[in-house]
Design a binder for this molecule. Structure first.
Ligand code: ADP
Ligand code: MG
Length: 454
């Protein structure tokens, strides 16, 4: 994955996104540039900053989708955030740095899950051993009192008997025959409901390190709990996993991945840009957000609960319609940090036909597969697909252009009855243009109605 060339990246993106070649090319180059950067000698590596991108285009044409697919493809830390979030009422305290903290939390989690998967088998074995010890403990090897030959013999025999029973029991355990039996286990009661309250209140700054500090201050309570074996296994696997993984390594790995490979997708950037022509001076709050964003995009160190994270080499991909405000209306320092600008084009009927049928996750394929699970063989005739695409274009023109998003609402309407009647309905269902029209004509004719329904 790390080795994809720009052309290969575009080819991969082509499997999910129709058209928008310029945008694909730009993100492919940006991604490859980071791989190139990592190969540089250290001194130069520090100097090369990422070529951040602004994607300009109407809503629903694939901006978010391109960024999301790119991050999946490259398997790199990815965070999507709306720039407008920072203009909201009650913004005070919701500092812009929180996006780096969120990305850190996400990445640490992912890296941890990866690590957990690697030791899964081992943790499972250890958990099983613990359950066995509860179900049928081995006798404690007693200290020999005297040289009591007979006693020793008895003990050895006893041991062998227990071992045998244990193996039988273990077999049952493995076969899942004991799942509902209740056993008593020691659990460490580490989770503090209090933290959830803190975490939810938007006090990221406060939250940082606080819970860690508290959890070391408060003694970990060991509690005896009676649980089923199913539950016990889950708890014990979790506990054993924590012991097996090295949290320090995980944090180091996670932070290095964020710093060198992380992508932050900054949606609706245009909404924090005010048009130059407006009377009454600059829009303070919007420009304020840009000023807040600037250091992070330029490169700064953000303190997170997992350690300091440098943002110098995080790739920022911004997006927006830029209908009113233009990139040139941004504060100039920020403009300079987004050297790559690409435009995405508005989607037309021919694009819709392709979007409906071609991508790996194409909407038509999704419906066919969904109903296929219930024994319905859904078949869309070519004229039906043409009709759906045409109607989507028409509604976009007549009401509001929401791009490919329109296809979802229209498709839902088209298959509504079939979805409802299945089961008991089974067998082949053919959808042709006539059927599409019959499902949608009433709504399309009425502009107001389509505004609500489609
Ligand atoms: N060019 C395209 N090719 C395939 N699907 C698309 C395309 N543009 C949009 N879509 C689909 O439309 C929906 C919205 O796209 P999205 O990328 O979120 O739009 P936006 O440009 O507003 O960020 C997604 O489900 C996406 O799969
Ligand atoms: Mg979007």
């Amino acid at each position: 994955m790390q080795d994809l060339t720009p052309m290969e990246i575009v080819k991969e993106l082509d499997r999910y996104i129709i058209g928008q070649d310029k945008a694909k090319k730009a993100v492919a180059i940006a991604l490859r540039n980071r791989i190139r950067r990592q190969r540089l000698a250290e001194e130069l590596r520090e100097e090369v900053s990422p070529k951040n991108i602004i994607m300009i285009g109407p809503t629903g044409v694939g901006k978010t989708e391109i960024a999301r697919r790119l991050s999946n493809l490259a398997n790199v830390p990815f965070l999507k955030i709306e720039a407008t979030k920072f203009t909201e009422v009650g913004y005070v305290g919701r500092d812009v740095e929180s996006m780096v903290r969120d990305l850190a939390a996400m990445t640490v989690n992912l890296v941890k899950q990866d690590a957990m998967k690697k030791i899964e088998k081992e943790a499972m074995d250890m958990a099983e051993e613990k359950i066995m010890d509860i179900l049928l403990p081995l006798p404690k090897t007693k200290k020999k009192k005297k040289s009591d030959e007979e006693g020793e013999d008895n003990a050895a025999q006893e041991m062998e008997k227990i071992q045998n029973s244990r193996e039988k029991l273990r077999k049952k355990l493995k076969q899942g025959q004991l799942e509902n039996r209740m056993i008593e286990i020691d659990t460490k009661d580490a989770s503090m409901p209090m933290f959830e309250i803190f975490a939810g209140s938007g006090m990221e700054g406060l939250d940082m390190g606080l819970s860690d500090a508290l959890s070391t201050m408060l003694p970990q309570k060991v509690k005896k709990r009676k649980v089923s074996i199913v539950e016990a296994r889950r708890i014990l696997i979790n506990e054993e996993s924590q012991k097996l993984i090295d949290m320090e390594d995980i944090l180091k790995d996670a932070i290095s991945r964020i710093e060198n490979q992380g992508i932050i997708f900054l949606d609706e950037l245009d909404k924090v840009v005010s048009t130059g022509s407006r009377t009454g001076g600059p829009d303070v709050s919007r420009e304020g957000v840009q000023r807040d964003l600037l250091p992070i995009v330029e490169g700064t160190t953000v303190t997170t609960r997992y350690g300091p994270v440098r943002t110098n080499h995080i790739l920022f991909i911004a997006a927006g319609t830029f209908h009113d405000a233009k990139p040139a209306d941004m504060i100039s320092e920020l403009q300079g940090r987004f050297p790559v600008r690409v435009e995405l084009s508005s989607l037309v009927r021919e694009d819709f036909i392709q979007i409906l049928t071609e991508p790996r996750n194409a909407i038509i394929k999704q419906y066919v597969a969904l109903l296929g699970t219930e024994g319905v063989d859904l078949q869309f005739q070519e004229d039906a697909i043409y009709e759906i695409a045409s109607l989507a274009s028409i509604v976009n023109e007549n009401t509001e252009d929401i791009g490919a998003r329109r296809l979802h609402t229209i498709m839902e309407k088209v298959v509504e009855n079939i979805s409802f009647e299945t089961p008991p309905r089974t067998g082949t269902v053919i959808i042709d243009a006539e059927y599409v029209r019959s499902m949608l004509n009433e709504i399309i004719k009425d502009k107001d109605l389509s505004r609500y329904i489609l």
